[in-house]
Design a protein around this ligand. Structure first.
Ligand code: PDD
Length: 287
């Protein structure tokens, strides 16, 4: 069965879906995206992702092309039409296709945003073998632009970072600026020391993760102390535990940083507990 995707108001088989070569997403990475997880055929934290989408669009002066209810309907249609039990919905909005290449933004009256959504199934999302083992990370310089709080489709450096990690036999990279960890290539980064969960505070330096917000809320509710502050690579290597969070990884334990093993090399108990709580609570509030 061919996957059904959504493009600018139409539901189409994936090989019939088309976007212009003049689309500013394609030519200039002038667009934003969201990734919303599906568990049990339901959407996790839809409203968090919707609100961040509105914020990203607002920061780039792109008008939100659809009201919340329509976004929700498209997400649900794709889940239903593609029979997704576990996986994700990818959503992308670009400034549209003005019909020529120009650095100047096109007139929004004549060039409307391009909207693309598609689903990806991943039956191993919840019972992830990686989560049992934990992942290894290496550190790399954070050379991205200064507005990482906007979820743009400029993902070349994060993608290169992931490849640098794989070449070194690791799974992912943590990016470092002025000696402190900013975030992972596609996730937020945390360490745990003496029972305290430490993660960089929100600013333009990192993406404001929807999973981060939920996990910190659950941690505080479970009386786990949280410190929102920067931490160095040295501090991370000396931590008891570490983990990353994202819509697609949930809470993923980190067991090695730049070749230094954390604890006994197995996923830490607090990270695993947070993963359990996150999945349990997300299932309850999924829509
Ligand atoms: N990435 N930081 C970066 C740089 C990210 O790309 C992501 C998400 C996160 C975590 O955000 P959230 O918890 O809202 O997923 C943090 C998505 C999953 C991706 O690009 O596939």
């Amino acid at each position: 069965m061919s996957r059904i995707v959504y493009v600018n108001g139409d539901y189409l088989p994936e090989d019939e879906a088309k976007v212009s070569i003049f689309d500013r997403g394609f030519l200039m990475a002038d667009g934003v995206y969201e990734v919303t997880t599906i568990i049990d055929g339901k959407l996790i934290d839809f409203d968090g992702h919707f609100q961040r989408l509105e914020r990203s669009l607002g920061e780039l002066d792109i008008e939100n092309p659809l009201p919340r209810e329509d976004w929700l309907e498209v997400h649900r249609q794709l889940v239903a039409q593609n029979d997704v039990e576990q996986g994700m919905i990818y959503l992308q909005v670009t400034r549209g296709a003005p019909g020529d290449r120009d650095f100047v933004f096109p007139d929004p009256e004549t060039t409307t945003p391009t909207v693309v959504l598609f689903s990806q199934s991943n039956p191993a999302l919840v019972d992830s073998p990686k989560a049992q083992q934990g992942i290894k990370v290496v550190t790399i310089d954070d050379i991205r632009w200064g507005r990482r709080d906007i979820k743009t489709v400029q993902l070349l450096y994060p993608s290169m970072g992931k490849m640098m990690a794989i070449k070194q036999g690791a799974d992912d990279a943590w990016m470092v600026q002025d000696g402190a960890v900013t975030e992972g290539t596609s996730n937020n980064a945390y360490i745990i020391k003496d029972g305290r969960i430490i993660t960089r505070a929100l600013s333009n330096d990192i993406l404001h993760g929807i999973t981060r917000a939920a996990v910190l809320r659950f941690a505080r509710e479970a009386q786990m102390p949280v410190e929102e502050r920067s931490f160095t690579v040295e501090e991370a290597k000396a931590a008891d535990e570490a983990f990353v969070t994202s819509a697609s990884a949930f809470v993923m334990p980190v067991v090695e940083i730049d070749g230094t093993t954390l604890g006994n090399g197995a996923p830490g108990p607090l990270a695993l507990r947070l993963r359990e709580i996150y999945i349990e609570e997300s299932r309850k509030s999924a829509i």
